[in-house]
Design a protein around this ligand. Structure first.
Ligand SMILES: C[S@@+](CC[C@H](N)C(=O)[O-])C[C@H]1O[C@@H](n2cnc3c(N)ncnc32)[C@H](O)[C@@H]1O
Length: 241
């Protein structure tokens, strides 16, 4: 797949491959290190816990292989520049006077996960944050460029590309995710039934009684429970002893 993706790229295009670090290490030495002009590695840092064990640190950093097909790879620093922190510094002042928009970003990227309570979150198990995708796209693409989103997923990447006026080609093998993409394309938004929050609430309401909360903030004995009403309201009932 990586091989075919590289084949369809233009000489100045870029291939980004985001994966768990171990899988990317295997992939890197098997293909892009040989086939690409150059391969750079970025790290997405977040409190995303990929693996726990009592005998090692928590694995929490997917990597992004940034592979270029030729020496002429396009990179638009101004579209992703990080504003200078110290604009009073003499060197920075000169850079700003010469039109600098900021410094080149480092290749470790701090972006929060798409939280379960986020409106952006669908029922897709592995959704990338749109801000991260947007940064990668802006780094090497301009309006009207064609982007191959090899794995459609929840369609969050496709949406970013549409917002930035890129054309795109995409594929998704899983029928339930494919439906999310189709519905989202048709409606122009995440359809309610595909939102994770909606699903969680629906499942919560299907169980009639939750764990009782025994005391309220005033220390009074309280019984709270969820009643099965409708999907829009959480209803609780309180009895003071
Ligand atoms: C990591 S997720 C992509 C998430 C996506 N970037 C997003 O933010 O929603 C990978 C997706 O690739 C799909 N997939 C896996 N193998 C595939 C294949 N051979 N062809 C098309 N899609 C595939 C999976 O079903 C999954 O939805």
């Amino acid at each position: 797949m990586a091989c075919e993706s590289l084949r369809v790229l233009k000489q100045d295009d870029t291939l980004f491959m985001m994966n768990y670090s171990k899988q990317n290490e295997h992939l890197r030495v098997r293909f892009p290190d040989e086939a690409c002009h150059d391969v750079f590695e970025g790290v997405w840092i977040d409190n995303m816990t990929i693996g726990h064990s009592p005998r090692r640190f928590i694995a929490a950093h997917p990597t992004i292989l940034h592979s270029t097909k030729s020496k002429q790879n396009r990179f638009y620093k101004d579209q992703v520049a990080v504003p200078h922190q110290n604009p009073t510094n003499q060197r920075i002042k000169r850079n700003l006077a010469n039109g600098s928009k900021g410094r080149m970003p480092y290749d470790w990227f701090y972006f929060g996960l798409v939280k379960n309570v986020s409106r952006e979150k669908t029922v897709h198990a592995c959704q990338f944050p749109q801000v991260l995708v947007e940064m990668l796209i802006k780094a090497c693409m301009l309006e009207n460029d064609i982007v191959l989103v090899l794995f459609g997923g929840s369609r969050s990447e496709i949406e970013v590309r549409q917002r930035l006026n890129h054309r795109f080609i995409s594929a998704e093998i899983d029928p339930k995710y494919h439906r999310i993409i189709e519905d989202r394309l048709r409606e122009g938004r995440i359809v309610t039934e595909h939102r994770l929050l909606y699903r969680l609430r629906r499942e919560a309401f299907s169980s009639t009684l939750s764990q009782p909360q025994l005391f309220n903030n005033a220390g009074q004995y309280t019984i709270r429970f969820r009643q099965r009403v409708d999907h829009a309201t959480w209803q609780s009932s309180t009895q003071t002893a």
